[in-house]
Design a protein around this ligand. Structure first.
Ligand code: HEC
Length: 346
């Protein structure tokens, strides 16, 4: 089955891993699309969805086969409060329910539990020193050069042709994996369409921990220089700081309450501040003529990376928001002289 898997612009290894994971899931979902009143559901799909959700569509909408791998619950959520809310708003709740049941799966994904790592990650964290081989965040360095030096890669040109898949990690229920993995020494951090962020052993693929944020994570994970804190954003515009030893959330904050706001660019840590770009999927709303467009404005937030808020979380994080005329999709590039490289800030 050909699937519409999005892996962002990231490296080949992750593209392979994501594909393998999805191939496994497609196997477990075979024959799971029979439930629900098909004729009515089919009519609703043809009238409200098929203009975009067709094979080889130009708007990067998941193909029908991919939607069939989602649970009915997840599709209903997308239509009522998620990315498809503007499309869902053209229907009654009963129609959305019928459509979700027609399209989606009814059983939860059956995947074997991730293989837990035998060692305590807290002791293994010693290997996260600044000298350990790593690919941190999206851009690797402060200039976002995305260039890996030979000393870090520990590969020669000749080795590349000999690379083989060593392990693959499946994400239950996910139909895509858009977040680039970050590697710090033995540890690999990755967010995925399963709505979780995982810390894995880069050599074996076993799992140290996984944390479930409020929504899926498409950003690369950015880890502090001392290896102790991992930062990321979710597709509902919330930024997170997580303890790399345990997966415990240190703080979490919503950067934009707009219903289509999301974070797709990896946060960037510089000088004790965390720069987070905020983008949106408002173009999906604009496809509904009744949607008032456009109300979203892109921004970049500068958060105090080290604050540990409790209770009044939002107020205790100092932040400056820089508005831009479009969306902020990519990782910011802080410089020593100017805070962030985005034009038309005010
Ligand atoms: C105007 C084009 C368009 C129409 C019409 C449309 N969609 Fe979508 N849909 C998209 C695009 C594009 C995405 C991918 C958004 C992304 O990943 O940022 C998407 C994503 C989705 C997702 C995945 C959401 C998620 O959170 O990952 C679901 C489920 C979905 N659509 C269901 C539907 C259903 C059901 C209908 C009909 C009621 C519908 N869509 C109508 C364009 C459309």
């Amino acid at each position: 089955m050909k699937l519409n898997v999005r892996t962002g612009g990231s490296g080949g290894l992750w593209a392979i891993a994501a594909c393998l994971a999805v191939v496994l899931l497609s196997g477990s979902a075979a024959g799971a699309q029979s439930a629900g009143p098909a004729p009515e559901g089919e009519k609703l799909f043809a009238g409200h969805c098929a203009s975009c959700h067709a094979p080889f569509n130009a708007v990067r909408a998941p193909w029908p086969q991919t939607l069939q791998l989602m649970t009915a619950q997840a599709i209903l959520q997308a239509l009522e409060t998620g990315k498809m809310q503007a499309q869902g708003a053209t229907m009654t709740h009963e129609e959305r329910f019928t459509l979700a049941n027609y399209l989606g799966r009814h059983e939860t994904a059956t995947a074997t539990k991730a293989n837990s790592c035998p060692v305590n990650p807290a002791s293994a964290n010693a290997a996260t020193s600044a000298s350990a081989p790593r690919w941190n965040g999206w851009g690797v360095d402060i200039d976002n050069s995305r260039f890996q030096h030979a000393a870090m890669a520990q590969l020669t040109k000749e080795d590349v042709a000999k690379l083989k898949v060593k392990w693959a990690f499946g994400m239950p229920g996910a139909t895509g994996a858009g977040g680039q993995p970050t590697i710090i020494g033995h540890a690999l951090y990755v967010g995925g369409g399963d709505g979780a962020v995982h810390k894995l052993n880069a050599r074996t693929g076993c799992e140290y921990w996984s944390v479930i944020p409020s929504a899926a994570v498409r950003t690369a994970i950015s880890v502090s220089d001392d290896g102790k804190v991992a930062y990321f954003g979710d597709v509902q515009a919330r930024a997170y700081a997580v303890d790399t030893a345990t997966g415990a959330v240190i703080w979490k904050t919503e950067l934009d309450p707009h219903p289509f706001a999301m974070i797709t660019g990896a946060p960037k840590l510089f000088g004790g501040k965390l720069y987070v770009p905020v983008s949106s999927a408002e173009e999906l709303g604009a496809a509904n003529p009744a949607y008032e467009c456009c109300t979203f404005r892109g921004s970049v937030a500068a958060l105090d990376a080290l604050v540990r808020p409790c209770g009044a979380r939002r107020r205790s994080i100092r932040r400056k928001v820089c508005c831009i005329s479009g969306r902020a999709i990519t990782t910011p590039r802080p410089t020593r002289t100017r805070a962030i490289q985005f034009s038309r800030c005010r």
